[in-house]
Design a protein around this ligand. Structure first.
Ligand SMILES: NC(=O)c1ccc[n+]([C@@H]2O[C@H](COP(=O)([O-])OP(=O)(O)OC[C@H]3O[C@@H](n4cnc5c(N)ncnc54)[C@H](OP(=O)(O)O)[C@@H]3O)[C@@H](O)[C@H]2O)c1
Length: 334
């Protein structure tokens, strides 16, 4: 089988594709031939050595999600069969230990760490659904309990997580205000049926926050779903929170800097953190998986796919993600 290995922390040249023996599944395991590996910003951070909690030291294999077809079942497995299409659960890669991620053609994993997939969802998407939809749904619906008519600010509007959030917000009856750092992406986003923003604001100038103030009639945003969360941008976001509003931090794309939290006091507002791993560890995990699968199967959630790369082109895929011209999800296909 083929396996991507990061040989040392660093740039794309540290990614190598190697042939290794295909594992035999243990008694409680299945062997999956992966047809889809969702790429995430975290994979770049892992390669650079900025996310060692998940990878440990090199050599390691990156990758947080994946799905495919079962090609072999262990002797004790009763509830899965050869030919069945499954997605790895959120905690599946971590359950195998540090740095044993999904960037490979085959994956041996305990059968109870797989979720069967409805026929309507194509092979190339099944390993790329959890991170966008569970990050967005888990935060906005499960944790935030988003209400109809609430206004949500969604920075990094072109990322797959943000676009998934726009769909979740529409489904809840809210209003989605996307922000993007890239003026050239606005028309592309407006033309994409998947990107369900009611408004898109460009933030590449210092007074961008005025546009958001105007859209919200001066009242600010009830919720901010933010992967930037640093420096001057965060200062403006805190000022854009409505009375009683909540800013959820789920990524750190921005450059850290000094932040003035004073407005939180008079607004009775909050900044909270969100990591989707909380879903895997909670009793709602199965409900969350089934929600996403049903919504995707019925066409209510539409994964925005930017590009699908063969696994052998993993270096080009990492370079594309780092360049940031993409809109939506980048997927590797073994
Ligand atoms: N907490 C969790 O559980 C969780 C789960 C999944 C992902 N995440 C986080 O979600 C974020 C997006 O992930 P992804 O895989 O979808 O990434 P991605 O595809 O690489 O998207 C990144 C987008 O963020 C925007 N951006 C990049 N640098 C920025 C900066 N310095 N300031 C403002 N915006 C910036 C750009 O969008 P524009 O051009 O539109 O501005 C860029 O296209 C990452 O921070 C990731 O770590 C967190």
């Amino acid at each position: 089988m083929q396996q991507v290995v990061v040989s040392a922390f660093g740039d794309i040249d540290t990614l190598t594709l190697t042939a290794v023996p295909t594992p035999e599944p243990a008694a409680d395991e299945v062997l999956i031939q992966l047809t889809s590996i969702g790429m995430n910003h975290a994979d770049l951070m892992a390669r650079r050595g900025e996310y060692r909690l998940v990878t440990g030291e090199p050599p390691f294999t990156p990758g947080l999600e994946g799905g495919g077809v079962i090609v072999q079942v262990g002797a004790a497995v009763r509830n899965r069969s050869v030919g069945q299409r499954v997605i790895l659960t959120l905690d599946a890669p971590a359950s195998r230990g540090l740095g044993r991620g999904t960037y490979q053609s085959h994956y041996a994993i305990a059968a109870d760490k797989t979720i069967p997939v409805p026929d309507e969802i194509p092979d190339e998407l099944i390993g790329a659904l959890w991170l966008p939809y569970l990050t967005a749904w888990g935060c906005l619906v499960w944790r935030q309990n988003l209400q109809p008519d609430q206004l949500v600010l969604v920075p990094a509007a072109s990322s797959s997580v943000a676009i998934a959030a726009s769909q979740v917000i529409q489904q809840q009856g809210g209003t989605a205000i996307g922000t993007t750092t890239s003026p050239d992406k606005v028309e592309r986003l407006q033309a994409m049926p998947e990107a369900q923003y009611d408004h898109i604001v460009v933030t590449n100038h210092p007074k961008w926050w005025r546009d958001v103030k105007k859209i919200t009639s001066g009242n600010g945003c009830d919720v901010i779903f933010d992967p930037v969360a640093a420096g001057d941008f965060l200062n403006h976001e805190i000022r854009l929170l409505a009375q009683g509003g909540t800013l959820w931090v789920y990524g750190l794309l921005g450059q850290p800097g000094v932040v003035d939290v004073t407005p939180l006091i008079r607004k009775d507002a909050a900044i909270r953190g969100w990591l989707l791993n909380q879903i895997a560890a909670s009793p709602i995990a199965e409900e969350a998986y089934q929600h996403v699968l049903q919504q995707v199967a019925q066409g209510h959630y539409q994964l925005p796919v930017a590009q699908i790369f063969p696994l052998s082109e993993v270096k080009a895929a990492h370079a594309a993600m780092a360049q940031g011209q993409h809109i939506g999800k980048l997927i590797l296909q073994p």
